[in-house]
Design a binder for this molecule. Structure first.
Ligand SMILES: Cc1ncc(C[n+]2csc(CCOP(=O)(O)OP(=O)(O)O)c2C)c(N)n1
Ligand code: SF4
Ligand SMILES: [Mg+2]
Length: 282
């Protein structure tokens, strides 16, 4: 009788090498961990994880440098795009990533993100919008929904006192320096898959020297929202997307079919070809 040799197990799912094997400090059900994983998977797929320099925000994800095994630089609150600009200018060989929350990017750091995008800096920005200042106890952010209760808007955001939510990614998307802008979500596996594809396109835009790229990721903060993890996911799916629709907001990458043209620039033109790191082809 001939013995059957068992087939070697086929690996279909494993932890990306740069996703550190440690417990995180995030609250149970928090979306930051999913987004970390997507970033790790994409940078590994693209082969840039060994030359990535990332800039950490101030906020719950400040400890991203413990969970993702890249070279990290810590920026003052909101200043990640400015720090990333400096890194990009002195290390043109590096892949430069920023990771910012909505309080970090859309409040104290509004000026830095707008001007980095306007300059078309070769940076990929991951913008985690959970509609709240998670780390400091769940206060209202510029991104908080109308009527949403937070610790500093206990009866709900009132537009007469606090104005309307700021659609940062739509605002950035109109800037000609932005090669790619999109909004994804972590609410379900389908949305997570699309978000990963957006992160990949945003990273490719940098590798090809095409300009600034941003992916906003709608995330949950069950603790700050006063919800269970399941309730917070349903709130993301049913409520948050009404104010922040998902999808691609600008795509000016070479060969892209959609996206507003830069003034005087044909759609799809690789405007930053002169800035490509040595040895990088489009
Ligand atoms: C200059 C400065 N101002 C204020 C703070 C306090 N602070 C720390 S984290 C934070 C908000 C973080 O919110 P967000 O960026 O949305 O990140 P999240 O915690 O929600 O992921 C604030 C206001 C600070 N650390 N530094
Ligand atoms: S406070 Fe909110 S954003 Fe911060 S770790 Fe907890 S769930 Fe995540
Ligand atoms: Mg936040």
């Amino acid at each position: 009788m001939t013995a059957t040799v068992p087939a070697a197990p086929r690996v279909i799912y494993q932890r990306p090498a740069r996703l550190t094997d440690v417990s995180t400090r995030y609250c149970p059900g928090c979306g930051h961990g999913i987004i970390h994983r997507l970033v790790a998977e994409v940078l590994e797929d693209l082969g840039v994880d060994g030359r990535t320099i990332a800039v950490a925000p101030v906020g719950c994800s400040v400890f991203a440098y413990e969970y993702l095994g890249y070279d990290w630089c810590e920026a003052p609150h909101g200043r990640a795009p400015a720090v990333a600009t400096g890194i990009r200018r002195v290390r043109p060989d590096a892949f430069v990533l920023t990771y910012q929350g909505d309080g970090d990017l859309a409040a104290i750091g509004t000026g830095e993100i707008v001007h980095a995008a306007a300059r078309g800096e070769l940076i990929t920005a991951i913008f985690v919008n959970n509609g709240i200042y998670g780390m400091t106890g769940g206060q209202m952010a510029p991104t908080t929904l109308v009527g949403q209760r937070t610790t500093s808007s206990p009866t709900g955001r009132d537009v007469r006192a606090a104005g309307y939510p700021v659609p940062m990614t739509e605002m950035l998307a109109v800037l000609p320096g932005v090669a790619f802008a999109a909004r994804g979500s972590i609410a379900d596996p389908s949305a997570i898959g699309k978000t990963k594809a957006y992160i990949r396109k945003a990273c490719e835009a940098q590798i090809r020297g095409e300009g600034f790229a941003v992916v906003e990721v709608l995330s949950n903060c069950p603790v700050g929202w006063g919800m269970t993890a399941q309730e917070s996911i349903r709130y993301l799916q049913d409520v948050v997307v009404q104010t922040y629709p998902l999808g691609v907001l600008a795509d000016r990458r070479a060969g892209a079919q959609s996206g507003a043209a830069r003034p005087g620039t044909p759609p799809g033109t690789a405007r930053h070809a002169e800035n490509r790191p040595a040895g990088q082809e489009a």
